[in-house]
Design a protein. Structure first.
Lengths: 114, 579
């Protein structure tokens, strides 16, 4: 699992967290820590870029759910960028697609925070 | 004038009598509990005599003592004991006669009596002329003086009350006896169950069984007996997966074991006693003889020697050797219901054979037959309580219905096969009481697995297990993508370790994978106590999307073609089919 963190937006008020590879029992804690670090630094506008994500387990899904809650509670938002087909289906199964916005284009995703 | 007076007295007597009947009715209306009855008798007696205190003492015949069993206004008298012949009550009990007392304090016989008591009555409680105790009432009121009329009332009340007390006393004793018997039966039932061994010493055979005695203990039994411990590995083990025998179920690998099922011709305790002797005999014979036929012959002789004098005659038996070097099943039958051989191809045959029940004839005329089991074949052994199960119309289940049921469900996994069979039988019998014990046992020569793994309860093992399974199933068309399998398997492994084994590091998780051309069956079993399968499977999606509850199972149910659990809830079966 690889994680990248980039500040974007006019004033760097949005953080794009890119996660690729496998989120499983061995990497899931690091995944959670990376997101929490962004929140702890005071940024609650988060885009989760999962283009390179090939697998995520239920614990990973719980982290996405908790992060979405935490962002929303702090007047921010968590959005998902570029979900591949298998992951997209999984997000559908657990009904995340009903409440979390998913974008194909990064520009559109950044725009949606305005 | 005289007669008028008599009338008055007569009618007041009638009224008093009615009063006594009313009061005894009050006593009889209490439950058959000795303590409650005594309290009620005393309460009514005090009320009848307008007394302010009283007691009931019952005679302990062994100790020749009177013991206070109920009292009012005499708190200190609790647990009080008086030797027969001593004190007021002791005198009354010894002589079987009532007493009226005024100025009790001054009477030499009654030392220690409360000085406030102004007047007292003590009458014997008699059942069929025998004194069982004494009823005492007294008053501290200065103006109250009990007379003979009062005494007569109390005596007639006491005579009726004594019968009510005696009933409760007998009931009490009976109940205690019964509880004792019940406890003994429960122990006997435990002992009996511990005789039955169902540990199959060979990993290639799976076995499930059920024992349903009509009462706490019964005469039906079955057992698996290890016959020899050969150091050679069996046919199954020699095929690359030797660790399975060693790790999965047993520490040693015998090449032969015995299977027996039997039914002692009797029920309850006598049958259980005979059953335990017979089982011991068969265990011993199994260790020293090389064929089921010889074992039955020897058992027949021994049974006749042990039980020839008793009326408890005979037992039916089925005894078989399973040899796992060549998968042969050699059996002999002693008047027992023929087991069913369920071939993996779908055919059903009875394992017939001649021979009289053990203990019936000097020569049992036992035969011996051998069948070869193929992978996936099953043998259903049962006692006649199964085919003899009665429905409410008085019809028996019979062999024909049994075969139909077996055919319908034989495709199910061996555990759910037995569960469903038991359910179907219960459906058939309904509320009709079952006269006979039922024992059922199913053996299966398991298909070879493509992968068997045993791992400790350690989440770090999960990735290793998943990778091994994926490696085994590489190129299998039943899986759309590895993500699917990975998600399901990870969820089940997590469940097994966290919820099943409760993170107990000493417990293990067993995984088997069986891949057919268009179907994969993965089993994950833990060593936990299981869970209520129905309640978990019924869990609908939690209405709140963000809640964690049930998410894992939702995922598994979505991706797998089938997800089921064994009845105990400690094994999950995951099926993927290519569609």
């Amino acid at each position: 699992m690889e994680i990248t963190v980039n500040k974007v937006g006019d004033m760097g008020e949005i953080t794009v967290i890119g996660v690729s590879g496998v989120v499983d029992s061995e990497t899931v804690d690091r995944f959670g820590e990376a997101i929490n670090k962004v929140f702890d630094e005071g940024c609650y506008n988060v885009i989760l870029d999962i283009e390179g994500l090939t697998y995520i387990n239920t614990a990973g899904l719980s982290i996405i759910a908790d992060s979405f809650k935490r962002a929303t509670q702090n007047k921010g938002a968590l959005k998902i960028l570029r979900a591949g087909e298998p992951i997209r289906e999984l997000l559908d199964v657990v009904r995340f697609t009903k409440i979390i916005d998913i974008f194909e284009d990064e520009g559109v995703a950044i725009e949606s925070f305005k | 004038m005289e007669s008028a007076k008599k009338d008055v007295r007569g009618s007041s007597e009638r009224a008093a009598r009615n009063d006594e009947f009313y009061r005894i009715g009050q006593v009889l209306a209490t439950p058959l509990d000795l303590g409650m009855r005594l309290d009620r008798v005393l309460e009514q007696a005090i009320d009848l005599l307008q007394a302010d205190r009283g007691s009931i003492m019952l005679l302990d015949e062994d100790l020749e003592e009177l013991v206070v069993r109920a009292s009012r206004g005499l708190q200190a008298w609790r647990e009080f004991r008086v030797p027969l012949g001593e004190g007021i009550a002791g005198w009354v009990a010894e002589h079987g006669e009532p007493l009226i007392l005024h100025d009790a304090v001054s009477d030499e016989r009654f030392r220690g009596v409360n000085p406030n008591i102004k007047s007292a009555l003590a009458v014997p409680l008699r059942v069929e002329g025998k004194v069982i105790g004494v009823l005492n009432v007294s008053t501290t009121l200065e103006e109250k003086r009990y007379d003979y009329l009062d005494m007569e009332h109390l005596i007639s009340f006491a005579d009726m009350a004594a019968a009510a007390i005696e009933n409760a006393r007998l009931y009490d004793a009976l109940k205690r006896e019964q509880d004792h018997l019940k406890r003994e039966l429960l122990m006997a039932s435990r002992v009996q169950r511990s005789i039955i061994s169902t540990h199959v010493p060979c990993a290639s055979i799976r076995m499930v069984s059920r024992l349903m005695p009509a009462s706490e203990v019964g005469g039906d039994f079955f057992s698996v007996i290890t016959l020899s411990r050969d150091s050679r590995f069996c046919f199954y083990c020699s095929s690359e997966v030797q660790d399975r025998c060693q790790n999965l179920r047993s520490e040693y690998c015998p090449d032969k074991f015995g299977v027996m099922i039997g039914d002692v011709a009797n029920k309850g305790m006598p049958a259980a006693l005979i059953m335990s002797v017979l089982t011991t005999l068969l265990y011993e014979l199994g260790r020293h003889h090389i064929s089921p036929r010889t074992i039955l012959n020897q058992a027949n002789t021994a049974f006749r020697r042990f039980f020839s004098e008793s009326q408890y005659g005979f037992a039916t038996l089925f005894y078989a050797f399973y040899d796992n070097t060549d998968n042969t099943f050699t059996y002999s039958k002693a008047g027992h219901e023929p087991p069913l051989l369920l071939r993996s191809g779908g055919s059903v045959e009875f394992l017939e054979g001649e021979g009289f029940p053990v203990g019936l004839m000097e020569d049992g005329e036992y035969q011996e037959k051998t069948v070869r089991l193929e992978r996936g074949d099953r043998v259903l052994l049962y006692t006649d309580g199964l085919t003899g199960a009665l429905n409410s119309k008085g019809e028996v289940l019979g062999r024909k219905r049994l075969v139909e049921l077996v055919r319908t469900h034989v495709r199910e996994d061996i555990e759910s096969f037995l569960d469903t069979l038991a359910d179907e039988i219960m459906l058939f019998t309904g509320d009709a009481p079952q006269p006979d014990d039922v024992a059922v046992m199913v053996l299966e020569l398991e298909d070879l697995f493509d992968l068997t793994m045993t791992v400790g309860t350690d989440v770090r093992q999960i990735r290793y297990v998943i990778n091994s399974v994926l490696e085994t199933l590489r190129g299998f068309e039943g899986l759309k993508d590895p993500v699917t399998l990975r998600l399901c398997l990870e969820e089940l492994l997590h469940n097994a370790m966290e919820h099943g084994n409760r993170c107990d590091l000493s417990k293990k998780v067993y995984i088997t994978v069986k891949a057919e051309p268009r179907k994969v069956v993965i089993r994950v079993r833990d060593e936990g106590e299981g869970f209520d399968v129905n309640s978990v499977m019924a869990t609908e999606n939690d209405p709140t999307i963000l809640s964690e509850r049930g998410r894992g199972l939702t995922i598994v149910k979505h991706y797998a073609s089938e997800l089921r659990f064994n009845r105990e809830g400690n094994e999950a079966v995951l099926v993927f089919t290519a569609d």
